[in-house]
Unconditional design. Structure first.
Length: 289
């Protein structure tokens, strides 16, 4: 098998720049005050009745199997490669409370920063999506996610990374995510983060005693696209309350300048070898045909 040195050097350079660059996401939309205007969703756990409509329409919209199991206190259902969102029930100090779990669509996603090929990508609209044509299969996105969301299709002959995309294809056409559009209890609200944060604060202020004075996702992990309000402390609902407020990619900026260059250059090196090999395999295949 021949080795294309020019393609290798070119790919290695691009990969190195990608790794070191601070902007690893899409073009960020801002208002006239410089505020980020990503779209997102607000989940009000006081309204959720655990009907699993969100799970069903999500599966139907993306050609995935129907939900398995029902929300039951003491039983934690997790997202996997076949189910992008799940609803669980928790016994709390205020009775049973339902919580929906899916990708959090971080403002600065750790999965996107860890992805050497930008296969995991923060779009300008806000959703974090996976682009299969760019994926090299390293699965760094899975390791880096503080919410343990991206899942790999281990048993597939053509494996993909599965996760909620916030129905990005619908948003691009002016629509809204299937779960928000079809929730009969209106527990899920779609809009810009600024609108949703304002709505969340309004509900908390206007309904004293109904909600805890906290919006999960407002600043968690640098801010997320999917946010929650709740009648009880989030610790009672299985949320990780130890996550920092700074984004995780922000931590890596200092790290990249403090470690030996061999550790920084190794991932781009492997990527360069992968890309060059892939191109040569394709070339040889064409020649054989």
């Amino acid at each position: 098998m021949s080795f294309d040195r020019r393609n290798f050097i070119k790919t290695l350079g691009v990969a190195g720049i990608t790794l070191m660059a601070a902007d690893t996401f899409g073009t960020i939309k801002k208002d006239n005050k410089g505020n980020v205007e990503f779209y997102g969703m607000l989940y009000d756990s006081t309204r959720c009745v655990g009907c699993q409509t969100c799970e069903t329409v999500c599966a139907e919209s993306h050609g995935l199997p129907a939900p398995v199991g029902v929300p039951k206190s003491g039983v934690i259902r997790k997202t996997d490669e076949l189910h992008r969102t799940v609803v669980n029930s928790f016994k709390t100090s205020k009775g049973d409370v339902f919580i929906k779990t899916q990708c959090m669509h971080c403002n600065e996603p750790a999965c996107g920063a860890a992805c050497l090929t930008k296969a995991m990508y923060k779009t300008k609209e806000g959703p974090v999506i996976w682009r299969g044509e760019k994926c090299m299969g390293c699965r760094y996105c899975m390791v880096s996610c503080p919410f343990d969301i991206p899942k790999f299709e281990y048993h597939s002959s053509n494996p993909k990374i599965q996760k909620c995309t916030m129905c990005n294809e619908k948003i691009e056409k002016g629509g809204i995510p299937a779960c928000a559009e079809n929730c009969p209890a209106e527990a899920i609200k779609f809009g810009t983060r600024r609108e949703l944060l304002a709505e969340a604060r309004k509900r908390i202020v206007q309904n004293p005693g109904t909600y805890v004075d906290e919006i999960y996702g407002d600043q968690t992990a640098g801010g997320t696209g999917f946010m929650y309000i709740s009648p009880v402390p989030f610790k009672e609902l299985g949320f990780s309350t130890k996550l920092q407020n700074k984004s995780y990619p922000e931590l890596s900026k200092g790290f990249l300048y403090s470690v030996p260059s061999v550790f920084v250059l190794l991932p781009p090196l492997l990527l360069g070898i992968y890309e060059a090999t892939k191109k040569n395999n394709s070339k040889e295949s064409d020649e054989n045909e």
